[in-house]
Write a protein that binds this ligand. Structure first.
Ligand SMILES: [Zn+2]
Length: 348
């Protein structure tokens, strides 16, 4: 079965102001790392077809799409204090959106078993009409929405393990009963949303599950939350497709989060998702790159994720010198709290 890597050269041409953590070197570091592994030889790589403005309107307001396009054509400008549009941003953002669509479509159609969209800018903070948090268009939401429509999917699991809450993704699917959105993110952190009592509305009631995670949670804490909440939820939801908003800023070395996850920890999370997905939907998992700003950690963590997705033996979270992390009892207490809030919708 095929495992795809989808990217586009335009994603490396877009630059933010000097000193900005979201930079082209992120993709270069990941690519260099993958080239050093055996994966590179046996991982088919596709260049994405950039998303057209019309396609972006499936999840974004026309005025938002036009605003980004015009601002980029005029040479760029600031959208907020940390989100910028430059002369190459339109091209890069359209390519990142197109790559996510291509990766998710390949998996939904059965053309590939798994796919990873290796692009920037990231997307999960972008809502229907607002760009923020380095994100211009919501790549993962667009791809998930189009796949649900095209293949008539009724149950998709969209899992977001970036250290920041995927507020844009949550907003886009908040009233959509086809997508169960599960986000693990650092509590009381940017962008200030993602509380456990945000559970969806209307047709989407009960289809949003937020897991705010205490700072300094590491591999074991995340594994506990996966084993006690994420995977049991998947066992009940029986998704037809799994899509991952794969951010790596929960890594212990990342400057934008305070978590203690290592590359092996991300490999373990991907492994747990793959094992679940094999039971739920023939192992159909598509992942889309979000954050991750310490280059070496990002590169190692993406490689570990792709290794798990392609069925490589997983170097499980190394027990020899595990980083200090939030005490197990605190994580168990948090898991219990989340299960009780989710209890009106899920039997976890
Ligand atoms: Zn992030």
């Amino acid at each position: 079965m095929t495992h795809l890597l989808v990217s586009h050269p335009a994603c490396a041409r877009d630059v933010n102001p000097i000193g900005h953590p979201e930079r082209p070197q992120r993709l270069e570091a990941i690519t260099r790392m993958l080239q050093r592994t055996e994966l590179w030889e046996r991982l088919p790589r596709e260049e994405a077809v950039p998303a057209a403005a019309d396609a972006l309107r499936a999840v974004h307001a026309s005025r938002h799409v036009e605003h980004v396009r015009r601002l980029s054509e005029r040479g760029g400008g600031a959208i907020d204090l940390d989100t910028f549009v430059g002369p190459h941003s339109w091209e890069a953002a359209a390519a990142a959106a197109g790559a996510a669509v291509q990766a998710v479509d390949a998996v939904a159609s059965g053309r590939a078993q798994t796919a990873f969209s290796l692009t920037r800018p990231p997307g999960h903070h972008a809502s229907r009409d607002v760009a923020m948090g380095f994100c211009l268009f919501n790549n993962v939401a667009l791809a998930t929405h189009l796949a649900a429509d095209r293949y008539g999917l009724e149950r998709i699991l969209l899992l977001d393990w970036d250290v920041h809450h995927g507020n844009g993704t949550q907003d886009i699917f908040y009233r959509d009963g086809r997508v169960t959105f599960v986000s693990l993110h650092q509590e009381h952190w940017f962008p200030g949303t993602g509380f456990a009592d945000e559970t969806g509305e209307g047709a989407g009631e009960g289809r949003t599950l937020n897991i705010p995670v205490p700072p300094e949670t590491g591999n074991e804490g995340y594994r506990t939350l996966f084993e006690e909440i994420v995977i049991p939820l998947g066992d009940q939801w029986r998704p037809q497709l799994v899509v991952v908003s794969a951010g790596y800023d929960a890594h212990i070395d990342d400057p934008l989060g305070a978590m203690h996850v290592t590359a092996a920890g991300f490999g373990t999370m991907a492994h747990l998702v793959m094992e679940g997905a094999k039971r739920w939907c023939g192992g159909r998992v598509a992942a889309v790159l979000e954050g991750g700003y310490y280059l070496a950690a990002l590169a190692d963590s993406v490689a570990a994720t792709i290794e798990s997705m392609t069925g490589e033996p997983v170097p499980l979270a190394n027990a020899s010198s595990p980083p200090r992390e939030t005490p197990y009892a605190a994580i168990r207490a948090r898991a219990k709290e989340i299960r009780s809030i989710a209890g009106q919708y899920w039997n976890l």
